[in-house]
Design a protein around this ligand. Structure first.
Ligand code: AMP
Ligand code: MG
Length: 495
């Protein structure tokens, strides 16, 4: 087990050279204190969880003390924001401290978000609100619990600074942990400043660090691109399956390794709605739930453009065009699991489109529709029916078709329910639940709800009676449909 002093940073990104980043120490903060600490992420870093009990942890990750071996840097990148190229982005308020390789040979980037201005801050204050940091912390855990690739956070450090947004707000420093902080935007930056050699260096770095098995392949750059295509398709298929909308799928928020990255005005849909737009600023719904698969393709096309000096255009196009097939494959596979079906034929596809029509018309709670559907052959149909008031025929007709397909499967209704409950979450990070944790933190300096949500979201597929009792968690409350007054809340971008 390691301590804060013996985390043993390696700094591979540094080797790329000064054109890729700015060296910068975190800005000092006033009285850093614990808001949240995550033993599961500590375990990924082989960090002794007792480290959280020492003031030194909060001083170091708050930004007041240098961490032994870390070489903090702000990466330069650019990106397409809402479809328009912005040449001037980069880590304006975040620093990569370095990578930690654990005893299992996994490398993890450790990064501070909200740790002061850098050369790339564009006049912004370099800080992050406590509110948005709590949202990022919780959603990383929600995704990890659901088995969806994501960045996570080791800790959330409260600081006494107030920062100006619409009103003055408390700030925080998030200690983010990810497989990589390389974004599509890193490639955009060097491509659009006409430095193809630097794009090559980035691609070589990515291959060396993340796909070493490709290093000797003659078509390694094409294969790198193919990997990104595949991982992005998988990530977005996972999002669709749980009703998650990222909110700001700009190319600077797209991880090269297909991890859900840079949580801002994201949301899990409450009632089923393909046009679900969590981001208040997304007037035209560019990043609505239903658009996400296409936007994945659009972003990958932009990444492909940066590689044109490395890969034949026909090959790039071919790899890009595989995206749709990969996405559709993953999407159907995940939907089949949600429905407890394994025969993916034309009847299955027609059942799914029928279901989407029924859901679009009646708008039941997306999560609880699937959760109650699992038991429709073993238990009471009352809850499921309550989502379709006044029109039982439509539901019944669809359930009849569904039953016919289930009968083709070689499993009992009990086995089918168990299989479905293992993939259809009971607990998701509903916006109003996250907001409840934020309100308590801001109004009462009470951070216990953040911890409670961390624990629930670790077990999204079912109750853990012992664990939940220990944390005083009432599962019924967290599993219920979002109460009417909280439906349709959007999140503002001001982070
Ligand atoms: P985001 O919306 O968090 O993806 O950020 C987009 C860009 O704005 C990135 O270059 C960020 O580093 C930068 N940025 C956002 N908020 C701030 C802030 N408060 N201070 C400095 N840079 C920021
Ligand atoms: Mg960003």
């Amino acid at each position: 087990m390691r301590s804060v002093e013996t985390l043993n940073f390696k700094n591979r990104f540094v080797k790329l050279g000064g054109e890729f980043y700015q060296y910068k120490a975190p800005a000092p903060v006033t009285n850093p204190f614990p808001v949240a600490s995550n033993p599961d992420v500590a375990a990924l870093l082989d960090l002794d969880p007792n480290a959280f009990d020492r003031p030194e942890f909060w001083q170091s990750f708050g930004g007041n003390h240098a961490l032994p071996g870390a070489q903090p840097l702000a990466m330069v990148y650019s990106g397409f924001q809402f479809g328009n190229y912005n040449p001037q982005l980069g880590d304006g308020r975040g620093l990569l401290l370095g990578e930690i390789e654990n005893d299992r040979g996994e490398s993890w980037d450790v990064y501070l978000k909200g740790c002061g201005q850098t050369r790339f801050c564009r006049g912004f204050d370099g800080r992050a609100t406590l509110r948005s940091s709590i949202r990022e912390y919780l959603c990383g855990e929600a995704m990890a619990g659901l088995g969806i690739p994501t960045t996570r956070a080791l800790a959330l450090v409260g600081i006494e600074e107030l920062i100006q947004r619409e009103l003055p707000e408390p700030a925080a420093v998030l200690v983010r942990v990810a497989r990589t902080h390389m974004r599509f935007g890193n490639f955009d930056y060097f491509h659009y400043t006409n430095r193809p050699g630097k794009v090559t260096e980035l691609a070589d770095h990515a291959i060396h660090c993340y796909f070493p098995e490709l290093e000797t392949a003659p078509d390694k750059y094409a294969q790198l691109f193919a990997q990104v295509v595949d991982r992005t398709a998988w990530m977005i298929a996972c999002w669709q399956s749980v009703g998650f909308a990222h909110g700001v799928m700009n190319t600077d928020n797209m991880s090269l390794l297909g991890e859900t990255f840079d949580y801002g005005p994201y949301g899990f849909m409450d009632r089923f709605n393909p046009m679900f737009i969590p981001n208040h600023s997304d007037m035209h719904g560019r990043y609505s739930y239903a658009q996400q698969p296409q936007i994945g393709h659009w972003n990958l096309a932009k990444l492909g453009e940066t590689l044109t000096h490395l890969v034949e255009p026909e090959r790039l196009q071919q790899e890009l065009e595989r995206y749709s097939a990969r996405f559709n494959h993953y999407n159907r596979t995940l939907m089949a699991r949600k429905l407890g079906l394994s025969v993916l034929d034309a009847e299955f596809d027609s059942l799914v489109s029928g279901m989407i029509q029924v859901l679009s018309r009646h708008k039941p709670d997306h999560t609880n529709f699937f959760r109650t559907l699992s038991g429709f052959r073993t238990g009471s149909l009352a809850t499921l029916r309550s989502y379709f008031p006044g029109n039982p025929e439509e539901l019944n007709a669809w359930l009849d078709r569904y039953t016919r397909l289930l009968e083709r499967e070689d499993i009992t209704p009990e086995e089918q329910q168990e299989a479905m409950d293992a993939v259809n979450p009971k607990f998701i990070l509903r916006n109003y639940l996250a907001q409840g944790a934020i309100d308590r933190a801001l109004k009462e300096n009470d951070y216990s709800e953040i911890e409670r949500l961390r624990v629930i979201l670790k077990y999204p597929f079912g109750d853990q009676p012992e664990v939940f009792r220990k944390w005083d968690i009432d599962p019924t409350h967290y599993a219920s449909d979002t109460p009417e007054p909280y439906l349709g809340m959007q999140v503002s971008c001001s982070a």
